[in-house]
Design a binder for this molecule. Structure first.
Ligand SMILES: Nc1ncnc2c1ncn2[C@@H]1O[C@H](COP(=O)(O)OP(=O)(O)OP(=O)(O)O)[C@@H](O)[C@H]1O
Ligand SMILES: [Mg+2]
Length: 266
């Protein structure tokens, strides 16, 4: 039964998609069966894995408005063990279209429940907002991981973010836990990055992952080739950092790294 993890932060450009794509790829590399769900109309996770943003085939938008089944919405990627529900720009219209839908926050949860037993992990890449799409992501998830950019303004959104989790937990999904904060774009040459981490550690009583993702040009280049960092530059510091992060996730869940030879489900 898959563990469902939403990668979320209302703030834009903090590394959500980079984390979702590369965590999913590293877990797959470690032998897990992984489904990445792109619920952002920008579709960055979709193109980041080299999958076409095709409005005519099944995608997250069609899934949410009931035009296709979850099984139809799942597409393979070029990477063994890694599958995706792709997004298109149509998803931007879903909010208005779902306004009158019953249980509109739970559509994704109910859809994923049909395929949950086929995967070890389902990773949801959320858009930078708190709309019905993100609420669908957080209602479907067992835990939410929040990437935080190592910069001064990161701290400003933090309390709002934790309030969001609490709100979702009390009103919509009491199963949701806060998985932790992942620091991204760490720049070892500046004092600011280290100060931001220290500040959060001192003020926040929440889990913070040991792994810190470095600022790396290779990580920012990989999406334009439609590849996760494990393929684009497997030996880079960014690839190693995301592998370490994936190891933390696996050990927290009591799972062990497997060989990639097991049967892969679609
Ligand atoms: N560790 C890193 N080092 C260098 N560049 C990075 C790193 N992580 C992310 N980036 C780059 O920063 C930009 C924002 O990252 P990303 O798209 O992952 O953030 P996001 O939170 O998903 O953004 P949005 O809120 O728009 O969805 C991208 O250009 C990405 O390539
Ligand atoms: Mg994104």
């Amino acid at each position: 039964m898959a563990k469902i993890i939403a990668i979320s932060n209302q703030k834009g450009g903090v590394g959500k998609t980079t984390t979702a794509v590369n965590l999913a790829a590293c877990l797959a590399e470690f032998g897990m069966s992984v489904l990445l769900v792109d619920i952002d109309p920008q579709g960055n996770a979709t193109s980041g894995l080299g999958v076409e943003k095709n409005r005519d085939t099944a995608n997250t938008y069609r899934l949410l408005i009931g035009e296709c089944s979850v099984k139809d919405a799942i597409a393979p990627t070029a990477f063994p063990g890694l599958f995706i529900i792709p997004s298109t720009v149509d998803l931007a219209g879903a909010e208005a279209e779902l306004l009158s839908a019953d249980n509109r926050e739970y559509i994704l949860r109910d859809a994923l429940s049909e395929v949950r037993d086929r995967y070890d992990y389902i990773i949801i890449d959320c858009p930078p907002s708190l709309n019905v799409l993100v609420l669908n992501g957080l209602c479907a998830a067992d835990s939410m991981i929040c990437p935080l950019q190592c910069e001064f303004y990161a701290l400003e959104g933090l309390s709002q973010l934790l309030e969001t989790v609490e709100m979702v937990r009390t009103r919509l999904n009491d199963n949701l836990s806060f998985g932790g904060i992942l620091f991204t774009m760490f720049d070892g040459r500046t004092r600011l990055s280290a100060q931001v981490i220290q500040n959060v550690q001192q003020t926040l009583n929440e889990h913070i992952f040991r792994t810190v993702i470095p600022r790396s040009v290779r990580l920012s280049e990989a999406p334009s080739y439609g590849e996760p960092i494990t393929k684009y530059d497997s030996r880079s510091a960014g690839a190693e950092a995301y592998r370490n992060f994936a190891r933390e996730i696996l050990s927290g869940d009591g799972k062990r790294i497997r060989s990639r030879k097991k049967k892969i489900f679609r």
